[in-house]
Design a protein around this ligand. Sequence first.
Ligand SMILES: [Zn+2]
Length: 331
Amino acid sequence: MRKLRFNFFPIKTMLLVMSLLGTIILSLSQPIVAQTEGDRENITIHNYYTSPPFEEIYYYAIETEEGLILIDTGRLLSQARYALEELQQFDKPILAILITHPHTDHFGGLPLFIEAAGGDVPIYASQITYDSIESDERGYIENRARQLGLDFPDPEDIPLPNSIVEDGQKLTIGGVDIIAYDFPTNESDTTTTYYLPEQQVMFIGDLVNGEKTPGLFEGNTNNWIDTLREIQESFPDLERVYPGHTSPDNPDELIEAQIDYIETFRNLVSEALENDQVVDDEEKHDIADEIERLYPDYETSFLLPGLIDINIDGVAEELRSENNQQTFITN
Ligand SMILES: [Zn+2]
């Protein structure tokens, strides 16, 4: 009898562990939440997002009478599979995929969406996005492939955009007018926004991030602020923007909050650079503390735990080069 009880114990423990694991896996495996924005003129916009704790990425489907226009594809293959399951309910073909910018969290799911679309579907992106994905000069694709293994496509399987959009080009897809505006060098090498003039909405990539720590590490924050001001001035009647990492909302508050964060960050790094042009470890620590104090609710993706640190490095390099240019001009 004793022996039997001994045998039961590990089975019970195993069952307990399995049910715990199951709960964890279940809680992680509901990452796609489909929300419908309601009808805007002749379309419906659906949001799909991958939820925390892993990372929060929003991507979108514009549903027209004729089919679906997808904006970005998320990063992970597992998430793309969930998104495709959600899209199946509409029982409509994928008409086109529009890519906002060359960061892997916006195009990693491409191979699965292309396959679901039957292989032959236009992938729109700007020339800069095309070049950046093709060259992978910053090593983003290579690094993610190594880090994420089977949940990220083999770099060779990632299709390149096959329809290059020019700045200001009007596309009509599924009966809907979409104008592509390309804003180079800000959050990434470029952000192509997709503007729907009839509905007064814009898919804005990662130019605004709500209460998410933005990626400033490419060191183009000055131009990023200019881009946001330009959007404010050029699209005064814009009703709603659809960002890559936070809920769609009215543009005014999102844009002002993003500019405030970037300016504050630049000022803190600029102060640390005074005298020696270096941000040492202690200063880095102080900047991170101050940012935490000023923006206590801002979240950072699990995949980018050292984001604030690399943001400081990127902005420091940008400010040093701005200072050098000024010295050059005054000389
Ligand atoms: Zn992103």
